[in-house]
Design a protein around this ligand. Sequence first.
Ligand code: SF4
Length: 361
Amino acid sequence: MGVMGATAASDESMPSVKIQGPYARNLAYSRLSARTWQMTVRNDWTRDEARALHDLPLTDLLFRAQEVHRATQPRDAVQLCSLLSIKTGACQEDCSYCPQSSKYDTGVEAERLMDVAEVLLKAREAKEAGASRFCMGAAWRSPKKGSRQFQQVLEMVRGVRSLEMEACVTLGMLDDEQTQELKDAGLTAYNHNLDTSEEYYGEIITTRTYKDRLDTIARVAAAGISVCAGGIIGMGESIDDRVGMLVTLANLSPQPESVPVNALVPVPGTPLGDRKPVDPLELVRMCAAARIMIPGARVRLSAGRASLSREAQLLCFMAGANSLFFGDKLLTTGNPDHDADLSLLRDAGLSALAPASDAAE
Ligand code: SF4
């Protein structure tokens, strides 16, 4: 259990609040009680507690999530991230939701690793379009040890950081040496999702274990790289599975810096290709529970956002989501276009977050 370091001063109308973390300097609050206030980060969540939270009447859940959100996050601001598939398709893994797996016939064409210059051009374009984080995904089980491709990825990370953007990659499982090389290249965050609960995981993936995932997450955290880890709903899992995944994430120490909340985008040809879309309110509940249980994280609206109405997206923001991917592709599935995103933020009076302060150093 840890404390986010918030204390209210004696002036009731505008207490000064000290919060540690990347956005400390952006934080300002006008509504806190005069009593000493603390945001406790808990790593001892139980499933029963989390389930009770998840199942609260929706307005209560939203209210509690918004309280936590205002106490821990820059208000009325959303981080814009851009996601690029730097190596697409022909993946050896069998993730049942993924059109990039070589096990399924989905029409996704396998592509080689992109050139560094091409990737950095995309990063520059993303920055000009307002993105503060550039995420790069490679469809690998793990990077090949000592390979030229991995060296190219390191170059991409260095290049993105030199643009004063946060850099995140998702490359599959890592060993210690690769993790350290990524750290040395200046990587901000490593994405490695849990996908679902430990119990349901075997229904979705058989080519690597839940423990493999947790090991990579632990390695990344130990190297001092921020962890981006979340999951997907709508894969046939129970509510207890969703809650179980949140409990595992919340009980990581340190908690993830970023939690993507995805809704399955069913892709024909994958084993989950005929799943019905989830009710957007289920996504709202997940965002709110994630915000309360993992208060310091950016809760990221990810896959499945294309099917959400503007109103549903705003409810997710009310629930504590404060990061989204924009652009015309989310790895290999559609994403709302950039103009629609900017108009949604503008109409809602939300602004784009600047990169975390260390990304600009
Ligand atoms: S989700 Fe990642 S690891 Fe799984 S099949 Fe797709 S690209 Fe491969």
